[in-house]
Design a protein around this ligand. Sequence first.
Ligand code: PLP
Length: 487
Amino acid sequence: MGDEELEIGALGATRRGDGGAPQLGALAGPFEGRLQFALGCDDARRGVGGVGGSWRDWSEETEQAEHERRSETDEEAAQVESHAQQGSSRRGAAPRTAHGTRRVACSSPPALKIPFSEPSLGAREARAVLRALRTQRIVGNGALGKRCQTNLCALTGSRHALLTPSATAAFELFLHTTSIGPGDEVVIPSFSFVSMANAVVSRGARPVFCDIERDTLGLDPRSVASVLSPRTRLVLAVHYAGMACDMAGLASVCEPRGVPIFEDAAQGIGSTLDGRHLGTLTAAGCLSFHATKNVVAGEGGALLMQDDALLRRAEIAHEKGTNRSAFLRGEVDKYTWVGTGGSYVQSDLLAALLDAQLARTEELNTRRREIWDLYQSGTEAYEARGLVQRCRPRVGCRHNGHIFWFVAESQALADRVIAGLKQRGIGATFHYQALHASPFARESLGSAGQSLPISEHVSDALVRLPLSANLNRRKAERVLAALAQCL
Ligand SMILES: Cc1ncc(COP(=O)(O)O)c(C=O)c1O
């Protein structure tokens, strides 16, 4: 395609004083009336050069260009790290868990040449966002959001999907459809993201922590069986790193007791188990489109549902406890408050971006899987020497290459590797800190004496190597070469 020039000033230049549609024409103001995007290609592998700039080919990026991006990259890596650690003490702060502390290098870190994570955004995404702006309708649950939901269902095979501002919001939304509350328990892996435990606590229910399996770091059905009680109302199965956890094992423990399973497939876009997409294996599950995921909207998520009655309840909670969705379909002539809910709708502007990214799911995942495979074969020898333990994907799981991880034989070794890679300009990092050992859980949820050895060791000794669709073979080989110097 040839160059395409779009002026934001032209998107909605007429001023509307009646408070109806947003005045996008006003966007041109700070840019003196002319804000231009030069679109030089339609290759989805190309990235945004910046406002008024040109498109840059990430894969052909020179070392010099990388050097210029260093400050941005550092900031991103810091953001990624802080996202990874929410709810747990920062590396190097006060003792992190009852079983160990993190050491931290206090001097300012060297610039990263290979960031831990970065999104792959290009011309397709820019066009989608500009098209959405042109419509002047960027409120949520509009035509673009609906189209994205339909496409998400087609991609995942889900019966229903509702877009949300995050995976956390999708889980909170789901909880609104249940009567889970004070006195109830929800079983969750200790090695998981803090926001999901928070959602449970926010309802007045108690998260009960479980251990994980070594091979996939997914919820261990035996550990679940040991904590099920008459108060258990839900089990949260986290598909860590986009790898399916033991769904058959969990079903055999939960089904006889009538306990439903919610799938946290936040990291699982494009991953399947026996041909079925993660997040669709039970009645409900969620996906995340946070900027660190394979497919991104900056922030975003979705609640996937396989049950029509659940959808009807969720639609109400999605729209602040009202029947607005029914109103929009013309089923009622006005809408009103009919239940509990929240503000769980994603803007159509982000839905447009998400839809453009969803169309690239296979491409993005294929590129990540190539790097994942390269890392897997490049670290085999370390496992043979007992230095690390790596992922063994479950038979029948086709994963999306979201995270490449290994567990070092000790925390000291993991810290050395992470610091050593950082010194060489490579953004490797650890991940969740065991929730049962967190200050909040120990003080407020009664988990002080609990021992979950795999979660504790993995929190201490997990290392994640950089992985993104922008990474090429050459850079991945540099990561492996640097790793060889650190191990
Ligand atoms: C397993 C898991 N669940 C849930 C979340 C929350 O996702 P979001 O940031 O979209 O709320 C994350 C975030 O990284 C995650 O890793």
